[in-house]
Design a protein around this ligand. Structure first.
Ligand code: URA
Length: 434
C-alpha cells in the first residue's frame, strides 16, 4: 500500500477500506508517513468527506494506536466530559470539582488549544508546577482517592490523535465532522470512562457553525460511543458569543474559581450545570436532571467544589494557593479597554475572531512549537442584545506586547456588529442528543 495512492483515492472522493485507514493511522503514528502526506490526506478528507463506516474505522484505529486504559481498578461508574471547542469555554474547570465533590469519579482526559479555541491543559498550567503527565497508577490512585484526575495525551494514549490534532491545528483541517468525531471519540474510548458527556458547541465560535452540522456531529459521536458500550450524551450548547466573560488562560481559570465560589457569570454556570447533570445521571448518582442541578448547586453553596478544586490542583503537583486568592496569578503588563465603534445594540459577534484576537495577543499557538502566554486575553463586557454607546468599553484586553495589542484591538472591533434594532440574546442550550 502507498500513501500517495490513498491520498489520491480520497482526493477523488472514493471510500477507503478499514485496512487502508489502519495503514494511514499506524504509518503516521510510527513516523513512516510524513507530515506533508498526512496534511494532504487531511485536506482531502475535509474536501471530500468520509462516510459513517470510514469515520468509525478512523476512530477505532486512532483509539488503538496506543494504550487502552482499563479503569476497572477505580471503584464506581467513571465519567468523562469533552467539548468540541469554543471561546471562553472553561466548563471543565467548574464541572470536574462539582461532580467529584458528589463522589462521582471523574477520570478525564483533556487537550490543549486548537485553532481559535482554548484547551483545558493550557489553562490548568496557570498553576505553577501543575502536570497532566500522570502515570497510569497515579491517575487511578487520584481518581480513587479524590474522585478527580485530569491527564493529557501523554504516555501512550491515542498517540495518533495527538499527532494528527497538532497537524490539523496548523493546516486548516479542523472543521470536519469525521475528523472532530474521530479525534474526540478515539481519546474518550482509549481513556476508558463508562460515561461520556460531550459538549457540542454550535455557532460563530464553534468549529461547527450551523445547528444542522452540530446535531450531525453530536449524533455521529453518540453513535460511536453507544456502539462500543459507553453511555454517551451530547449537549448542544451555544457558541455564538464567548462563554462567560473571560477569554485567555489565567483569566479563564480565575473566572472558573469565581464560579465555584458562587460569583460566576450566569451562562457559564448554566452550561456547567447542564453538562454536569448528565454526568451524574449517567453515573446513576441521581434519577433526574432537576435533582442533579440541586445537588450540584449545593457543592458551590457549601464550598465543597472549591475545596475539591484546590485538592485536585495540589494532587497534580500545582501550587493551589491562587484558588483562595486569585490575585496571586501573574498579570499581563498592559490592560486596555476597547470601546464600541458606534451607538446601538450588539447584534452579532464573530466569536472565532475573538478567539483569534486572543491568539494574536499570544494566548494560542501559531505553529506546533509555539509557546503560549498564559497572562494575556480579554474580558468581554458587551454580549448579544446589550445596548452600547461609543463611550461603552465592550471589552478589556490584557497584553504584554504593544504591537500585538494594537493588531488584536483592530481585529476585536471588527468581530462586533452593532445595529439599531435590539436583538434577543441566544439560548445557552439548544438540545440534547442521547
Ligand atoms: N476537540 C478535540 O479533541 N478534537 C477536535 O478535533 C476538536 C475538538
Amino acid at each position: 500500500m502507498r500513501m500517495y495512492d490513498l491520498i489520491n483515492k480520497k482526493k477523488n472522493g472514493e471510500v477507503l477500506t478499514n485496512q487502508e485507514i489502519e495503514f494511514i493511522v499506524s504509518g503516521y503514528t510510527n513516523g513512516t508517513i510524513p507530515d506533508y502526506q498526512m496534511s494532504a490526506f487531511l485536506m482531502a478528507v475535509c474536501l471530500k468527506e468520509m462516510n459513517v463506516e470510514e469515520t468509525s474505522a478512523l476512530t477505532m484505529a486512532m483509539a488503538h494506536s496506543g494504550d487502552m486504559l482499563d479503569l476497572s481498578a477505580i471503584e464506581g461508574i467513571k465519567v468523562d466530559k469533552h467539548s468540541t471547542g469554543g471561546v471562553g469555554d472553561k466548563t471543565s474547570l467548574v464541572i470536574g470539582p462539582m461532580v467529584a465533590a458528589l463522589s462521582v469519579p471523574v477520570a478525564k482526559m483533556s487537550g490543549r488549544g486548537l485553532g481559535h479555541t482554548g484547551g483545558t491543559i493550557d489553562k490548568l498550567e496557570s498553576f505553577e508546577g501543575f502536570s497532566t503527565s500522570l502515570s497510569e497508577e497515579q491517575f487511578f490512585d487520584n481518581v480513587n482517592r479524590m474522585k478527580l484526575a485530569i491527564i493529557g495525551q501523554t504516555g501512550n494514549l491515542a498517540p495518533a490523535d495527538k499527532k494528527i490534532y497538532a497537524l490539523r491545528d496548523v493546516t486548516a483541517t479542523v472543521d470536519n465532522i469525521s475528523l472532530i468525531s474521530s479525534s474526540i471519540m478515539s481519546k474518550k474510548i482509549a481513556a476508558g470512562a463508562d460515561v461520556i458527556v460531550l459538549d457540542v458547541k454550535t455557532g460563530s465560535g464553534a468549529f461547527m457553525k450551523t445547528m444542522e452540522g452540530s446535531f450531525e456531529l453530536a449524533q455521529t459521536m453518540v453513535n460511536i460511543g453507544d456502539n462500543v458500550g459507553r453511555t454517551t450524551y451530547a449537549v448542544i450548547s451555544d457558541m455564538n458569543q464567548p462563554l462567560g466573560i473571560a477569554v485567555g488562560n489565567n483569566l479563564e481559570v480565575i473566572e472558573a474559581i469565581d464560579t465555584l465560589s458562587g460569583n460566576g457569570p450566569e451562562d457559564l454556570l448554566d452550561a456547567s450545570l447542564t453538562l454536569a447533570s448528565y454526568m451524574l445521571l449517567g453515573a446513576k448518582r441521581v434519577a433526574t436532571i432537576e435533582e442533579a442541578r440541586e445537588l450540584l448547586l449545593n457543592t458551590i453553596k457549601d464550598g465543597s467544589a472549591l475545596k475539591k478544586f484546590a485538592e485536585f490542583v495540589t494532587a497534580q503537583g500545582g501550587d493551589a494557593s491562587p484558588v483562595f486568592d486569585t490575585s496571586l496569578f501573574p498579570k499581563a503588563s498592559i490592560i486596555e479597554p476597547v470601546y464600541a465603534p458606534k451607538d446601538g445594540y450588539v447584534s452579532d459577534i464573530h466569536t472565532d475572531e475573538i478567539g483569534m484576537t486572543s491568539l494574536i495577543l499570544g494566548g494560542g499557538r501559531e505553529t506546533k512549537e509555539s509557546e503560549i502566554d498564559l497572562t494575556v486575553g480579554m474580558k468581554i463586557h458587551a454580549k448579544i442584545g446589550d445596548e452600547v454607546t461609543t463611550k461603552t468599553p465592550i471589552a478589556t484586553l490584557y497584553a504584554n506586547d504593544p504591537e500585538k495589542l494594537s493588531a488584536a484591538k483592530e481585529r476585536f472591533i471588527k468581530a462586533y456588529t452593532i445595529s439599531t434594532e435590539k436583538v434577543k440574546a441566544p439560548n445557552h442550550i439548544h438540545g440534547i442528543v442521547t
